[in-house]
Design a protein around this ligand. Sequence first.
Ligand SMILES: Cc1ncc(C[n+]2csc(CCOP(=O)(O)OP(=O)(O)O)c2C)c(N)n1
Ligand SMILES: [Mg+2]
Length: 333
Amino acid sequence: MKKVTKETYLNWYEEMLFWRKFEDKLAQVYIQQKVRGFLHLYNGQEAVLAGSLHAMDLSKDRMITAYRNHVQPIGMGVDPKRVMAELYGKATGTSQGLGGSMHIFSPEHRFYGGHGIVGGQIPLGAGLAYADKYSDRDNVTLCYMGDGAVRQGSLHETFNLAMLWELPVVFICENNGYAMGTSVARTANHTDIWKLGLGYEMPCGPVDGMDPVKVAEAVDEAIERARTGGGPTFLEMKTYRYRGHSMSDPQKYRSKDEVGEYEKIDPITVVKDVILEKKYAKEEELEEIVKRVKDRVKECEKFAEESDYPSKNVMYDSVYEQEDYPFLNHKPQ
Ligand SMILES: Cc1ncc(C[n+]2csc(CCOP(=O)(O)OP(=O)(O)O)c2C)c(N)n1
Ligand SMILES: [Mg+2]
């Protein structure tokens, strides 16, 4: 694995903080009704992304996830201004404003969404890996899902074929404890999700998803296996989300104390503590980073606010239409 250095820690601190503040801003503008539809935030889970990116080869590996998907494309290299503009429904967004919160997509950055159907991305992730294997490319696909998605039939069908065909894919379950308001313990007799891999003889295991180093080590090993023809891995990242499932969640299913317990092991604070303990930077230097992060978020907001909405034409250009459909000629000329 690439060494975890002072630079890695400083980069983790800045990027994780940026993702957190970027989403805090989204929550704020959502309440102001500048962002519409659903909004599922990643606050608390940032170590999973930071560790994964460290282990990936960003020039070739792919990523696909569910609807909690605003910061992953930023990590993969998509301009955050375009992600924010997409959430605002603006023409400068990643999908010209037509996708919105749950559907960030950027094939040129090898980021394939952004899927609202729980578990829908699992077979698609295997499909991306299948295409790479079929074409003799040594790319690896990282396919993320929530704890609520693992009881879907599609996971089991996908695991079966991914093992049979030894596909270069790493399946990562981000177990944040809840599927909307339903805890893991309410939906299954066993709560060690990683053990689902055992039924398929898929290499699998639990990972501390609040620590980017632990995540990076586990993902690195899995990527190496996939890249060298060893097939898939299933990792269960134990993590937590601080905000509700979406913005309209009254969170009656958990106590404030529980959230407080996890805030004590907040991944960003953990990274900051290592930086200070190892003297990688002084408090003042970290304050500079915070300032830079705030400026970056402001820049994204300004860009999204000032961008135009897409023209109505684009709506018709982006949906399938039978060319000889006889009844409507609705395209503005
Ligand atoms: C097939 C399907 N069933 C139900 C839903 C409604 N739904 C949206 S999110 C969600 C919970 C999923 O939780 P989890 O997989 O743990 O992901 P998390 O939100 O915690 O990231 C449900 C049931 C859906 N979108 N798709
Ligand atoms: Mg969950």
